[in-house]
Ligand binder design. Structure first.
Ligand code: S3P
Length: 453
């Protein structure tokens, strides 16, 4: 399935100091889960701050197709869920567009139901591996009736009469895989256990507990997490305020660091420690980021971030930090392009299976803009040029990947020459307000049609 929106190129130019205050949209991971768990729970769920990006809206449509009632009144989304175990067979394939999180978590959520569900998506999603979710589901009794070669979408699942609980050790650092198994456990009698050797974002655990699931987490002496969920319990609707997405905040944040003289504040950013790897790394690089007004909201830590233009220096980012900043490497690579010396990033194997092969997409984008870098099997070295002299002037292929698009527009704000991306339309999957928000801070970014007109 092709992406709906027309491809539209965009260009970013060297800008003068960024300033002002901004709020990034709601966290994508929490927004997907809010629609899913609200759609499943009994009673009413009310959500404010939801990310209204294309990916999350696809999850909402899928939940509606399975019986949830979802409306929006003013700023608030109101959901009446089906009750745990009571999702309906969708009449048509569920189209997840570009959304890996939406599709993989939903496979877990409905795979164990005694019904047929078909999953479809765009060219990027069809190229992504789904076996990582299908393998544990098969162990629980789920049949994969159809799939494209290599366990890829489009695919059709059929659940058993009664699913079997399993104990599953997640073989890669993936919150999506962990979550898919836990959600399958919701519709399975007995205790389903997920063993997580490397901790990843814990929104599923925290939110399911909030909805009333009987879920417990134990961390053993080796630091391995054992997450147990009891199936077939009652989930009750909740009131949720979704905090700002730290992954989206990364774009204005790095922009302010690399554009000299900038001084911006980004309000209400999620500070869950499983998501703050980029902040830590940029601070190690000498970035001036002040964490203001730290507070707790709806069970999550949030804060405002004051960011000022900074002279950055290269660092080594250890592989064990990857899960806490897995979506942030493209924009970190851009920050590294302006740092003194070399930045080494390791443990990047999972970047190869994101919306694009992000490791090669980043390396190619950097090279197209005269940035010296070396792409390894699972690593990237970027040799920076403080001041950005000689950088830019290239066109970046975004490969249907929103984060590649946004990261390279940020590059253009501080490079000597303009940077063009081939397609800005995918930005709407996670950060529809990006262009307007960045311009509001003083960024010179425009779509090709605007430049021509
Ligand atoms: C997500 C998990 C991560 C991340 C994605 C959102 C989630 O994917 O990259 O953007 O909400 O669970 P993986 O589980 O593939 O690492």
């Amino acid at each position: 399935m092709a992406h709906d929106a027309k491809q539209q190129s965009a260009t970013a130019r060297r800008s003068s100091a960024l300033s002002g205050t901004a709020r990034v949209p709601g966290d994508k991971s929490i927004s997907h889960r809010s629609f899913m768990f609200g759609g499943l729970a009994s009673g009413e769920t009310r959500i404010t701050g939801l990310l209204e990006g294309e990916d999350v809206m696809r999850t909402g449509e899928a939940m509606k197709a399975m019986g949830a009632h979802i409306t929006k009144t003013g700023d608030e989304w109101v959901i009446r869920g089906t009750g745990n175990g009571a999702l309906l067979e969708p009449a048509a394939p569920l189209d997840f567009g570009n959304a890996g999180t939406g599709s993989r978590l939903t496979m877990g959520l409905v795979g164990t139901y005694d019904m047929e569900t078909t999953f479809i998506g765009d060219a990027s999603l069809q190229s992504r591996p789904m076996g990582r979710v299908l393998d544990p589901l098969r162990e629980m009794g789920v049949q994969v009736l159809k799939s494209a070669a290599g366990d890829r979408m489009p695919l059709t699942l059929r659940g058993p009469k009664v699913a079997a609980p399993i104990s599953y050790r997640v073989p890669m650092a993936s919150a999506q895989v962990k979550s898919a198994v836990l959600l399958a456990g919701l519709n399975t009698p007995g205790i389903t256990t997920v063993i997580e050797p490397v901790m990843t974002r814990d929104h599923t655990e925290k939110m399911l507990k909030g909805f009333g699931a009987n879920l417990e987490v134990e961390t053993d002496s080796q630091g391995v997490r054992h997450i147990r969920i009891e199936g077939q319990g009652r989930l009750a609707g909740q009131v949720i305020a979704v905090p700002g997405d730290p992954s989206s905040a990364g774009f204005p944040l790095v922009a302010a660091l690399i554009v000299p003289g900038s001084d911006i504040t980004i309000e209400n950013v999620l500070m869950n420690p499983t998501r703050t790897g980029l902040l830590l790394t940029l601070q190690e690089m000498g970035g001036s980021i002040e964490i203001l007004n730290p507070r707790s909201a709806g069970g999550e830590d949030v804060a405002d971030l004051r960011v000022r233009g900074s002279e950055l220096r290269g660092v080594t980012v250890p592989p064990e930090r990857a899960p806490s900043m897995i979506d942030e490497y493209p924009v970190l690579a851009v920050a590294a392009a302006f740092a003194e010396g070399e930045t080494l990033m390791e443990g990047l194997d999972e970047l190869r299976v994101k919306e694009s092969d992000r490791l090669s997409a980043v390396a190619n984008g950097l090279k197209a803009n005269s940035i010296d870098c070396t792409e390894g099997e699972a690593s990237l070295v970027v040799r920076g040029r403080p001041g950005g002299k000689g950088l830019g002037g290239g066109t970046v292929e975004t490969h249907l990947d929103h984060r590649i698009a946004m990261a390279f527009l940020v590059l253009g704000l501080a490079a000597e020459k303009p940077v063009t991306i081939d397609d800005a339309s995918m930005i709407a999957t996670s950060f529809p307000e990006f262009m307007g928000l960045m311009r509001g801070l003083g960024a010179e970014i425009e779509f090709a049609a605007e430049a021509a007109g």
